[in-house]
Write a protein that binds this ligand. Structure first.
Ligand code: AMP
Length: 399
């Protein structure tokens, strides 16, 4: 169990708060980066407000994308500091470095109850270094800014990174309310799911999700697969998949999983029809039978018949976990499968969980609101690794 926020005395203290503010951004055409979905910032507000109400001063550290130790301007947290300020309705100071001279002076200038956001923690190569000593050194510098540590960046808890793991170990610590809520839901999915229990997986990469399938196969009643990853399943069944996404190296494992599922009596739903196109573009959609994908076409969404079958199976479940879109939902011609599945999730009478920041952004982009789902997890990789049964360093550090 992670330590609860209430167990930490924060009054008059400086808190190093690790948040997950890794939101999608795009260029507005005039060189300005704009946030396209601020779900993760909003999800961080309860802990921030609880700490401020408790009399803390906040030094927030977070990452954006994967700058790999380089100062990539498009991955600056500056627009996030601005949005955070407007959501909190108070001023949020921003340091253009993470542990450099500007951060030093910004921390020194903090008055009681102030909020400071440090620049992208992954601009520092030491944050993600494989070398434990490098990470420790960097974490000590971060920890020197504060009296206590609060871990609330659920989307990064599966990473053994300095701001997630080592910094937590260096200070009295606790989990934020977001991390506590995420863990609570994930425990329900792994320890005591109400049945029937269904898992719906999609998205681009089969290798990202195969561990979850392996670990959950003997716990679920139904497994539905869509998205780009489904073509590796169809290829494993010997079907022609045209120019669709495929991971050949995963085919043997997929075959093994399919036969294990059959032995276990797990109902596996694969699409029976596919929406294909000649290229990866929002053009010329055609629906074909999953057994007859033309050689020169690529599958970009599950077809309407499959979407209906998935939706029906989902609605029969009392617990459903969904990660990954059913198709290239960013293209309007290939968003229908994801929409139908999302709609079915909103109609589940038990617990429906949307896993992952990208899946959450997908359902919001398609016009759904968070409150229509039982729970929307902010961490894609983190929730998947939890469901794979792996130990998550960011949670271990908060015990
Ligand atoms: P993931 O991060 O693995 O959940 O993947 C999400 C991405 O998968 C989205 O950006 C989708 O556009 C993409 N995706 C879904 N279906 C397909 C498909 N059939 N072919 C290629 N990409 C897909």
């Amino acid at each position: 169990m992670v330590k609860e926020l209430g167990s930490l005395d924060v009054r008059g203290k400086r808190v190093l708060l690790r948040c997950d503010l890794n939101v999608p951004l795009k260029d507005d055409g005039n060189g300005k980066r704009v946030i396209t979905d601020d779900g993760r910032i909003r999800a961080s507000l309860p802990t921030i407000n609880a700490l401020l109400d408790g009399g803390a001063t906040l030094i927030i550290t977070a990452h954006l994308g994967r700058p790999k130790g380089e100062r990539k301007p498009e991955l600056s947290l500056a627009p996030i500091a601005e949005r955070l300020g407007s959501l909190l309705n108070r001023s949020v100071a921003f340091a253009h470095d993470t542990v450099g001279p500007e951060a030093d002076s910004a921390v020194a200038a903090l008055k009681s109850g102030d909020v400071l956001l440090l620049e992208n923690v992954r601009y520092e190569a030491a944050e993600t270094s494989k070398d434990e000593n490098e990470r420790k050194k960097f974490a000590s510098k971060l920890a020197s800014y504060a009296d206590v540590y609060v871990g609330d960046g659920f989307g990064a808890v599966h990473r053994k990174h300095a701001s997630v793991f080592e910094a937590a170990e260096l200070l009295p610590h606790a989990a934020g309310t977001l991390v506590a809520a995420e863990v609570d839901v994930l425990r329900k999915l792994t320890e005591s799911p109400q049945r029937p229990y269904g898992v719906v997986l999609g998205g681009a990469k089969v290798s990202d999700k195969i561990g979850v399938i392996t670990n959950l196969l003997d716990k679920v009643n139904m497994l539905a697969i869509g998205g780009g990853m489904v073509f590796t399943f169809l290829a494993a069944q010997g079907k022609e998949i045209g120019t669709s996404l495929v991971e050949h190296e995963s085919i043997p494992l997929v075959k093994e999983l399919l036969s294990r599922a059959e032995k276990l009596g797990v109902r596996v739903l694969l699409p029976t029809d596919i929406v294909v196109a000649p290229s990866f573009a929002n053009e010329s959609p055609t629906t074909v039978n999953a057994d007859s994908i033309p050689k020169d076409q690529m599958g970009l969404d599950i077809g309407p018949e499959s979407a209906r079958a998935f939706a029906q199976a989902i609605k029969e479940c009392k617990t459903v976990f969904w990660n990954g879109p059913m198709g290239v939902f960013e293209f309007s011609n290939f968003a229908a499968g994801t929409k139908v599945v999302a709609q079915a999730l909103t109609e589940v009478s038990g617990l429906s969980v949307v896993g992952g920041g990208d899946s959450a952004a997908a359902v919001r982009a398609l016009g759904f609101s968070d409150s229509q789902f039982g729970y929307i997890s902010t961490g894609g990789g983190a929730s998947l690794e939890y469901l794979e049964g792996k130990e998550l360093p960011g949670l271990t550090a908060l015990r």
